[in-house]
Design a binder for this molecule. Structure first.
Ligand code: ATP
Length: 316
């Protein structure tokens, strides 16, 4: 493992009774990365995050976070990390400001610094006007934003975000992501789980997909999409049959299917390199093209390919 790995997981296993929830996984996260951990419901994400954050005891394997062993130095791990979980509980009777203040004191952030961070964060999550409101009177989205703001107070080395933007409106999601990017830019490593594939695609430096307690694939978003090798060119012409004949000799074409709406041409390499040649050949044969479209695999396609499940079908 490299010296700049801030999370190192090796041969991690975890069972509940005789059910193996995590079946020997390993991965590393580099300092400063945004790392996404994706998987269908019940795949083992929460179990893994809970072990990494010392909320569940380590049964088997080794896990180091921020240079500390979670089994032997859980206190030091806790000092180095911040956590924003889905089921975080807010004290109903504290106000928004008191919630932040209490958290800041718990982590012994000096008074002046604490004030500054509270002001900054409440502005960012747009809860300034609710400072003195008790948390029980906040809407669901406001509570979520407060939980995130609270989680971001400690400026940790590693920030664990479990479904941070679940159920929030798109504008709020974007604002929170802008802020998380800022925190990441200031040096905090981000460990994320999300059901939003597009979000994982845009934000992550690297992604691991877990299914049935095993990691099925890891890589950068571009690498994962490239592994599918299934760019598809959609082509509408004045004569699809002739167009098909004209392009059939191109080596990178894996298959061509005809439909009333045109040709679907599956490419075995990067479609954007192949597309100009397809167009040249068709034009060269004197056929007019009325429409052309290149579809590259999305992170959704990657997820479905490796897990056989669509996130939206899993009750998310
Ligand atoms: N305390 C527990 N006792 C028994 N089984 C458990 C316990 N916690 C989790 N499991 C089981 O372990 C498996 C992995 O659960 P885990 O919560 O890690 O999945 P997940 O990937 O986080 O799913 P989700 O996306 O639904 O949160 C599931 O089959 C779950 O039922």
């Amino acid at each position: 493992m490299g010296g700049d790995d801030i999370i190192e997981v090796c041969d991690l296993e975890h069972t509940f009774g005789n059910f193996a929830a995590v079946r020997g996984i390993g991965f590393t996260v580099k300092k400063g990365e945004v790392f996404s951990f994706l998987g269908p419901n019940g795949a083992g994400k929460s179990t893994t995050i809970n072990i990494l954050t010392t909320l569940l005891p380590l049964q088997k394997g080794t896990v180091r976070v921020a240079g500390y062993d979670v089994a032997r130095e859980p206190g030091k791990v806790r000092k180095a990390i911040g956590i924003v979980f889905q089921d975080d509980v807010l004290d109903r009777d504290l106000t928004v400001r008191e919630t932040m203040e209490f958290h800041g004191r718990l982590y012994t952030i000096p008074r002046e610094e604490r004030r500054r961070r509270i002001d900054d964060l409440l502005r960012i999550v747009e809860l300034e006007s609710k400072r003195d409101e008790r948390t029980k009177n906040l809407s669901g989205g406001m509570k979520r934003r407060l939980q995130i703001a609270r989680g971001l107070m400690t400026w940790p080395e590693v920030l664990f975000l479990d479904e941070p933007t679940q159920g929030l409106d798109p504008q709020t999601r974007m604002r929170i992501w802008d802020y998380i990017r800022q925190v990441n830019g200031a040096g905090t490593t981000i460990f994320l789980t999300t059901h939003y594939m597009e979000e994982a695609d845009m934000l992550s430096d690297r992604i691991s997909i877990i299914d049935h307690g095993r990691i099925v694939v890891s890589g950068t978003p571009a690498e994962l999409k490239n592994t599918l090798g299934e760019d598809v060119v959609y082509l509408e012409t004045e004569d699809d049959r002739k167009a098909r004949d004209a392009i059939s000799g191109i080596e990178e074409i894996r298959s061509i299917t005809e439909s009333p709406r045109g040709l679907s041409v599956t490419i075995s390499t990067d479609g954007s390199h192949c597309l100009p040649r397809i167009i040249e050949r068709v034009r060269g044969a004197g056929i007019t093209i009325s429409n052309v479209n290149l579809k590259k695999p999305t992170m959704d396609d990657v997820f479905v390919h490796y897990t056989g499940k669509e996130l939206r079908d899993t009750g998310a």
